[in-house]
Ligand binder design. Sequence first.
Ligand code: HEM
Length: 443
Amino acid sequence: MDLTYGTLLVALLATIAVAKSFTKKSAQEHLPLPPGPKPLPILGNLHQINRAFPWITYKEWSEIYGDIIYSRILNQNVIILNSEKVARALLEQRSSNYSDRPRFVMPSARFGVSFRTPMQGYGDAWRRHRRIFHQAFRPDAAVIYQPMQLRKAHQLLLDLLHDPGNYELHLETHSASIIMSAVYDYETKPNDPLVSMIRGAMDSIIKAETPEKAAIIDAYPTLTLLPAWFPGASFKRHALELKSVLTDMVEIPFEYALDKFSSGLSATSMVSEGLARFQGDASFELAIKESSATAFGGVPHAAVNDDVYDGYLIPKGTTILTNIWYGHNSHTQLLASHRHDPERFFTPSGDLNDDLVTPVWGWGRRICAGRYLADASVWSAIVSMLTVFDFLKAKDASGKDIDFEPRWTSGVASRPVNFPCRIIPRRGDMDVEKLTSLISIAT
Ligand code: HEM
C-alpha cells in the first residue's frame, strides 16, 4: 500500500494532529477567503482531488468558482490560480510576498534533502543560487551554449534516423546531455553512467515527491517516525532511497567538474563560471554545488504575509498553485495546447502573434532560472527534427494507421506516455551517411 488514504487513517489514529487542525484559525476572519469547494473536517478537499491529474480537478473547480479558488488539503491552505491575469497580479506584481515556497514542499526535505533551488525558501541561500544561475544562463550568457545545443540536436537526428523506435530514450538523452554539458562541461557517451544515475534519481523524485504526499506528511509529521516497513509507510522507504541517490547526484558530477576546473581544462559551464567567480567563498561554493544539481519543474509558491486580493483574504503561509495546464488550454484562442494547431500563433492577417507561451516558465522572482537555455534546446531540436523527418501514425500489419488516445504521466514532471509512431526521413534517400554530410554542410 502506498501513502494514500490508508496511511492517512493510521496517521489520524496515531497523532494529535486532529486537535491541531481544529485550533488553527485565520488571524483575519473578518475578510472572506476566496470561493472554493466545501472542505470536510480534517481531510479538507483532499478526497475531491484527482490525485494523478490534479489540474483536471482545478479546471472543474474554476468553472464553478472562478479564477481564484480556496481549498484545504488537510491542515494546509491552498489557493489555486486558474488564470494568467490573477497569477501575474499576485506572483509578479506582488512578488515580494509570493516568492517563498511552502515550508513543507516535498518529502525529501523532511529527510534532510532540501538543497535544490526550487525548494529553497525566499532567503540568502536562494539568492546565491539564483545569482549563479543568472551568471551562467542569462540571455547574453546563454548564447554561448548554442553551438553545443545545435551539435546535440544533430546527434538527436542521427539517433532518430538510426533507431526511431527508441525516440523517447533519444529525447531524454538529448536534454540530459545538454544540461550535463552546460552545467558541468561533461560530454555524455552512449549509455552514459552519469546520465543513467541522474535518470534514476529523477525517477525516484517523481515517485517519492508528489504534492499530496508532501501535504500529508506536513500535516502529520509524526508519520516520519514510522519505520519504513510499516504498512502504508512506503513513502519513507522512497524518501530514504531518494536521499541516497540525491547525494550521489550532487557529489559525483560536481567532483568531475571541480577536477576539470582545477586542471585548467574546463570549457564554459555553470560550475566553471561559478568557481571562477566565487571559489574561496564557502557559502557560494556550496551554492554552486547544490544549484548545479537542481532538477526542474513546476513548484508551488507560498505567501509570506497575509494579503488581500479582490476583497479576498490570502492568509500568510498559504500555498499558491498556478494551474499552468489550464492557463495553456484556455489562453491561446481557446485551443487546447496538446493539439497540433500552429495557427494559434498567427494573427488573422497571417503574422506571428506575440504569444511566447511564457506561463510554462512560471512566475515572478521564482521564474525558471534555465529558461533561455531550455528554450533554445527545445527550439533547435524541434526545428531540426521537422526539417529532416515526418512524424506519422504507426501502421498495423494490414497497413492501417494505428490510432491511440494520448495519455500523460502524472507526478511533478508530466510528459506523454510512449505512443506508437513512425519517424521517417522526409527524403526517401536519406541514410546516416547523407544526414551526416548534410549536417556538416549546415554547421
Ligand atoms: C523545457 C524545459 C523547462 C521548463 C518547462 C521549466 C519550467 C520551470 C517552472 C514552471 C519552474 C517553476 C517556476 C515558479 O516557481 O514559478 C521552474 C523553476 C526552475 N527551473 Fe526550470 N524549466 C525547464 C528547464 C530548466 C533548465 C534546463 C534549468 C537549468 C539549467 C532550469 C532551472 C530551474 C530552476 C533553478 C528553477 C527554480 C527557480 C527558483 O525556485 O527560484 N529549468 N522551471
